[in-house]
Design a binder for this molecule. Structure first.
Ligand code: ADP
Length: 496
């Protein structure tokens, strides 16, 4: 039996394809970047053809390189940049406009209007999301309003909307599948996370016809097949948004298990089980996954840190204190602590749990003896403190406790950062052997559906840790550091 899974990881700047064997090991990787379009300030678009073509090319390439034919592939799993919105003609498969990317701010005024009308409360209750231009709903509304003829065609049932997973599955299946999964649907602003279906009240408010929408399926089941890779059709069997897929790839299967991705910013997701937990701290309540048709939806709380690795880039590019991101570790490791220095990298304001757009970056606690090593260390601490703030909010909202934090992303090469995180969190930090957790999660979802793996227990057992960072400081020291951080955060507020 074929046991190799092809994971398609369609990201914001590149499309990737990774082959995994039944042991969860990587057999091959291919990646291709594609152009970004910025037609106006704050607007971001992709060409849907670029998304599909680069994704197809890397899939074919990784199979060619590994000398594999379709017979060897047990299933394809898809994971994707979330919220990005595409509408196409059902007959021709031609998009009516470019993909409106999640980052695009063009519908910010529409969101302000919804908030002014108090409709954000309804959106919050039903979708678990804040009313923001990130999410697909207002982007769909914009396309229907602004693309000539779009509304009439949509009303006539001639158009199809999809997030990027939907677009890929449509193309992979030769136009026979128009589906999404619960985790992607949960990012559209029009999906009711309690009922597991599109929400008629929100659809009516945004004037989005039901006929435009894909069928919502679970994240792990055989949806259909693709005949594009050779003689044998390959089952299309897994689908999840990138952050949820990463959480699945980090085997965070029990309530209280959480992952943090340390990149430019941080993305934190904590499993809250079968219960959608509303947040008092402005976190998002969203769907993690659903493992098969008749299975319950599993929920997460999600929060992000705006500036994490970007603070390291700032030391490198703006201050010239280091010449590469990796150097921060060497510099910070030369001192045993930050010597009372705190940095709050609130360059674009503060996110959860503060939500203060008046905050700006600040450095406090400087003395005559403070040097660049202390500043380097304080920068790493700031990444860890900001992550802690989000986790603390999650724990308060959910009444859960945290034993371990699983980590991935570019900055997790930095052992010192992860040690500091364990110390500040007072819990173990686990870095997995396979750090391609997003693609791994998509592979796991697809492999479960076709029987390459029998259960999530099997995946938990197979999943390997590269290194566990245990806390090494006592509670007194932790509390003292935290008290300093809180004072520093207060100093950063009210500047803009
Ligand atoms: P993204 O997916 O957001 O582009 P990546 O996961 O590729 O981000 O990670 C890149 C980020 O990680 C950059 O902001 C960079 O400054 C940071 N980074 C890379 N290596 C290190 C390191 N050794 N220590 C701390 N930060 C690092």
């Amino acid at each position: 039996m074929a046991e190799i899974i092809l994971a398609l990881d369609q990201g914001t700047t590149s499309s990737r394809a990774i082959l995994f064997d039944a042991g969860g090991r990587i057999l091959g990787t291919a990646q291709r970047e594609f152009p970004q379009y910025y037609p106006k300030p704050g607007w971001v678009e992709h060409n849907p053809a670029d998304i599909w073509e680069t994704q197809f090319e890397v899939a074919a390439e990784v199979m060619n390189n590994a000398k594999l034919h379709s017979e060897s592939i047990a299933a394809i799993g898809v994971t994707n940049q979330r919220e990005t919105t595409i509408i196409w003609d059902r007959k021709t498969g031609e998009p009516i406009y470019n993909a409106i990317v999640w980052q695009c701010r063009r519908t910010a005024p529409m969101c302000e209007q919804l908030k002014a009308e108090g409709f954000d409360t309804i959106i919050r209750e039903k979708t678990g999301l804040v009313t923001d231009a990130y999410f697909s709903g207002t982007k769909i509304a914009w396309l229907l309003e602004n693309v000539p003829g779009a509304r009439a065609k949509a009303e006539a049932g001639e158009l199809a909307f999809g997030t990027v997973d939907t677009w890929l599955l449509w193309n992979l299946s030769g136009g026979s599948l128009h589906i999404t999964d619960v985790s992607n649907a949960a990012r559209t602003l029009i999906f009711n996370i309690h009922t597991g279906d599109w929400d008629d009240e929100i659809l009516a408010k945004l004037r989005i016809p039901h006929s435009l929408l894909p069928e919502v399926r679970s994240s792990s089941e055989v949806y259909g097949e693709s005949v594009l890779f050779g003689a044998k059709p390959i089952p299309l069997a897994g689908d999840a948004g990138d952050q949820q897929a990463a959480t699945f790839g980090q085997v965070c299967y029990q309530p209280g298990l959480a992952k943090n991705t340390y990149g430019t910013g941080c993305f934190l997701l904590m499993n809250t089980g079968e219960k959608p937990v509303p947040s008092n701290a402005g976190l998002l309540t969203t769907v993690a996954w659903q493992l098969g048709k008749n299975q319950p939806m599993i929920y997460v709380l999600e929060g992000s840190v705006f500036i994490a690795g970007a603070a390291v880039q700032w030391l490198r590019d703006e201050l010239g204190m280091i010449s590469s991101a990796g150097e921060i570790e060497t510099l910070a490791a030369t001192v045993k602590d930050s010597n009372g220095v705190y940095i709050v990298p609130a360059f674009v304001g503060l996110g959860a749990p503060y939500w203060d757009s008046s905050a700006r970056g600040t450095i406090v606690g400087l003395t005559r003896g403070a040097n660049k090593c202390h500043i380097a260390r304080a920068t790493l601490e700031a990444i860890a403190f900001q992550s802690l703030d989000v986790i603390t909010a999650m724990l308060q909202d959910s009444q859960l406790t945290i034993d371990t934090l699983r980590v991935d992303g570019g900055a997790t090469k930095n052992d010192l950062l992860l040690q500091i995180q364990a110390d500040i969190l007072g819990a173990a930090v686990e870095r997995p052997a396979v750090t391609e957790t997003t693609a791994l999660g998509a592979a796991y979802l697809a492999g479960l559906a076709v029987g390459v793996w029998k259960s999530t227990d099997e995946l938990s057992q197979q999943w390997k840790i590269d290194h566990t960072f245990e806390p090494t400081i006592g509670d007194d020291q932790r509390q003292a550091m935290l008290a300093g951080w809180r004072k520093a955060v207060e100093k950063s507020r009210g500047w803009a």
